[in-house]
Write a protein of this length. Structure first.
Length: 245
């Protein structure tokens, strides 16, 4: 894999009027590529690194915290766990719940496994997957939820429970929305297994999400980002540079 030339990044004359920070213009693919390279060299497989790169771009577009997400993903131990993630099936409210047991593995890997497990059923089947492992960054779900919903044309709900309560994520008009109560399409709160601590539940509902595919595009045009933060992100990819073969 060849190195992305830093010369493609253009520093803008625009500055943040409040903080005086320089802003640069960066192509979306450069952000994805930098995150991808860094994660591959840290031990993620290419599919995981690609998901991570897209999530980093989405976080940068949505809330300008893509760098923070990348650093959190790189902090994980990407070596294979001592024991592979396992699954078992339980039943709650007449629905099979596929429990994902994934201790000590990277959060991105757990999130991908969890949503894939819930989405693996038939088109007319309610599928529920759950893990009690904590530490999945909230930003990861935005991109996973948008793109998987669009690709599958299914309604997917993510419920993140902590001792403070439950946050329900769903896709509405092409964006991820957050609520403290289940969306009306989530059937009922009783569908979710009870929790006495932290868990994450993914529910995939039967049928399609509508006649039109939801827009899962992240960004087509260059982004105006903090020059300082971009060069920190770029340097992360340089630190984990993969040698050409």
């Amino acid at each position: 894999m060849s190195e992305t030339p830093v010369s493609e990044t253009k520093v803008s004359g625009i500055t943040d009027s409040v903080h005086g920070n320089a802003v640069c213009s960066v192509q979306p693919r450069e952000i994805v590529e930098s995150a991808f390279r860094a994660m591959c060299a840290a031990g993620a497989d290419p599919a995981e690194a690609q998901e991570g790169g897209l999530a980093v771009l989405r976080a940068e577009v949505d809330s300008k915290d893509g760098l923070a997400l990348l650093e959190q993903l790189l902090a994980a131990d990407w070596a294979q766990p001592v024991r592979a993630a396992g699954t078992k099936a339980t039943v709650w409210a007449g629905v099979t719940v596929h429990e994902l047991d994934c201790p000590d593995q990277p959060a991105l890997r757990s999130a991908m496994q969890l949503i894939d497990l819930a989405a693996s059923g038939g088109a007319e089947e309610v599928r529920v997957s759950r893990t009690t492992c904590s530490g999945i960054p909230r930003q990861l779900w935005n991109d996973l939820l948008l793109r998987r919903s669009a690709n599958l044309r299914r309604t997917i709900i993510v419920a993140i429970s902590t001792k403070a309560g439950t946050e329900y994520l769903s896709v509405n008009n092409g964006t991820v929305t957050s609520a403290s109560e289940p969306p009306s399409t989530a059937l009922a709160a009783s569908l979710l297994p009870p929790s006495d601590g932290e868990n994450t539940v993914v529910v995939v509902l039967p049928g399609t999400s509508g006649p039109a595919r939801q827009d899962a595009n992240i960004c087509q045009n260059p982004l105006k980002v903090s020059d300082h933060e971009w060069h920190r992100m770029y340097q992360l990819s340089r630190n984990y540079l993969m040698a050409d073969r």
